[in-house]
Write a protein that binds this ligand. Structure first.
Ligand SMILES: Cc1cc2nc3c(=O)[nH]c(=O)nc-3n(C[C@H](O)[C@H](O)[C@H](O)COP(=O)(O)O)c2cc1C
Ligand SMILES: [Mn+2]
Length: 550
């Protein structure tokens, strides 16, 4: 017996007629979820939403990966490759070579050598493309990166609870298999790099687990290596929520249930790769980013829900001590990650798929070939700005974690309007250690408000003309880092990083004397801009915001 009631709570901005926040409270329980677990899930769901939207709410105008693919194809942002391509290194090679160009479209491989499942494989789904990120979350793809960061702060703070779809109506249930009928070796599983330790059925995936203590469902993107027809290795680094959930179940002497989607829409994929607090529902955040609740349906053999519009989903369990050798895999740093080691294995108990499923594979490589590219830089930058606002430091204008710096992990540029002595130094320290930026980041650069952090040409200009290295660089030691950073030896030292705080603002003490940069006179700029087309230029005139001061 299942029941479902939906309560819609909406708050509106009376003055402008905009919906500020909408929250769907879903009180239905999944078929096999225990009473107590659902109770905790429900309690968790009625927590107060985060800060409301204060602007027109963007909404994604697609419902699943297939509809999103149609949308990007209409915009010329998809390339179909119909000739046969081998999942053994060749698919990654084509992806890597195509994406050496920042403007590469997403690549849909229709014919995979040896495939026995009718699958196709999508790579470079989002990659270095801010436009495809925008099309995923319902923003205008023509916005600048700085504008997208600002808008992302709005949509990432929305929370919309999931919607429940009956099993029979879930597209993912077109084909449902159990037990010995399942053979994952029929699907294309790429080996990306020559030194990879296996074939990875899961890279552009989402993995759902639930905490036995709180009932909170986690969504994480963790790589998954194929071991056998119904055996998949899962690598979760220490502290990741998927592993914490697993260990909590094992501590109770129980196996950990898991649901994984290997073909998934871009919003769930992006959310899987973001770290949120253990009290936050990443499913609600994903709904907030789409402007619509994520559609979920009941599983066959586990208590977790499954994404109703996914392409290919497995259910399974992980038992304590059931481990097999896994890795390495070429990483977002552009190097192989940790050494091969024994990692937990999922015993697959059920499989759901659409006919001719589209699998999502994520190449990890140097920018611009890495799947963790524009979207990640934008979302990380938005979260850094949220953190700084929460702390309450004044004068911060913008921030950017450039994706070429190891997928947005290496460098953060923050801009501020200097208001008092020590202001730039304060902003540098707070940015360096705020939760969203603390992990990995090595270089934190502060620039004045006339420098756009998303424009590296301007940042290099500031570094070269406003920064005096002997006076303007401080180092923080023993900071939060990762074993994936190859710059330090021995291996055990790698998790302890260091950070350089670089003040590339005009020196505050000499603000008044500091030379004026060469800028256009505003009225001359405006005159030329109106004549731009008449002068024979086909592109619009550049937007300038700083002008000569008399
Ligand atoms: C394509 C891709 C692959 C990833 N692979 C792994 C992985 O194998 N193991 C891991 O611990 N994190 C991996 N991550 C990073 C996690 O997804 C990220 O840390 C996320 O916050 C994890 O979710 P959690 O915070 O709920 O644990 C990957 C991210 C992406 C985008
Ligand atoms: Mn999480």
């Amino acid at each position: 017996m299942q029941h479902c009631s939906i309560v819609l709570v909406a708050r509106s901005d009376v003055a402008h007629g905009n919906v500020l926040s909408a929250r769907v409270r879903w009180t239905g329980s999944f078929a096999k979820m225990s009473r107590s677990l659902s109770k905790i899930v429900m309690e968790h769901r009625i927590a107060e939403p985060a800060s409301p939207l204060t602007e027109h709410a963007p909404t994604a105008n697609w419902r699943d990966l297939r509809e999103w693919i149609v949308l990007i194809e209409q915009k010329g942002a998809l390339k179909r490759i119909s000739k046969p391509v081998d999942a053994e290194e060749e698919l990654a090679a084509v992806t890597y070579m195509a994406t050496r160009n920042e403007r590469s479209p997403a690549l849909l491989f229709d014919t995979i050598v040896g495939d026995r499942s009718g699958s196709s494989v999508l790579t470079n789904m989002l990659g270095a493309s801010k436009e495809r990120y925008a099309l995923a979350v319902g923003l205008d793809p023509h916005l600048s990166i700085a504008e997208m960061i600002a808008k992302t702060r709005g949509i990432m703070n929305r929370r919309i609870a999931p919607m429940r779809v009956a099993k029979g109506e879930a597209p993912v249930n077109e084909i449902v298999l159990r037990g010995a009928d399942i053979d994952l070796s029929r699907f294309p599983s790429p080996r990306f790099w020559p030194g990879d330790g296996g074939r990875y059925i899961g890279t552009g995936d989402v993995t759902l687990t639930v905490s036995p203590d709180t009932g909170r469902i986690n969504v994480g993107c963790y790589r998954q290596m194929l071991h056998g027809p119904r055996r998949v290795g899962l690598y979760c680094s220490p502290g990741k929520h998927g592993l914490l959930d697993c260990e909590a179940w094992w501590k109770k002497g129980k196996p950990c249930e898991v649901v994984v989607a290997y073909g998934i829409d871009p919003v769930l994929f992006m959310l899987g790769a973001q770290a949120f607090g253990v009290k936050e529902s990443e499913i609600d955040v994903a709904g907030g980013m789409m402007g619509r609740g994520i559609e979920l349906t009941d599983a066959e053999t586990v208590s977790l829900p499954i994404p109703a519009r996914a392409e290919l989903v497995i259910e399974g369990t992980m038992r304590e001590g059931d481990v097999l050798a896994e890795g390495p895999l070429g990483e977002f740093t552009g190097y192989y990650g940790r050494e091969r080691s024994r990692q937990p294995v999922i015993d697959v108990t059920a499989l759901h798929m659409q006919n001719a499923p589209i699998l999502t594979a994520a190449l990890m490589a140097k920018y611009p070939s890495c799947e963790i590219g524009a979207y990640y830089a934008i979302m990380r930058s938005a979260r850094i700005l949220d953190d700084l606002e929460r702390i309450g430091v004044p004068g911060v204008i913008s921030a950017y974690a450039h994706p070429a710096a190891a997928s947005g992990w290496g460098i953060v540029v923050v801009s501020l309007q200097q208001q008092y002595p020590g202001h730039a130094s304060q902003v540098l320290s707070l940015t360096a250690q705020c939760p969203a930026a603390a992990y990995y980041t090595k270089w934190i650069i502060a620039v004045d408000d006339d420098v756009d952090p998303t424009d590296m040409n301007e940042v290099m200009w500031a570094l070269s003309t406003r920064c005096h290295p002997a006076e303007d660089i401080d180092i923080i030691r023993r900071t939060w880092s990762t074993g994936l950073d190859p710059s330090q030896f021995e291996m055990e030292r790698r998790p302890y990083g260091s950070k350089a705080l670089i003040d590339a603002c005009k020196p505050h003490r000499y603000l008044k004397q500091f030379p004026q940069p060469t800028l256009l006179r505003r009225d001359v700029y405006e005159r030329v801009a109106t004549r731009w087309a008449e002068l024979g230029f086909s592109e619009p005139p550049p937007r300038l915001t700083s002008f000569y001061k008399e």
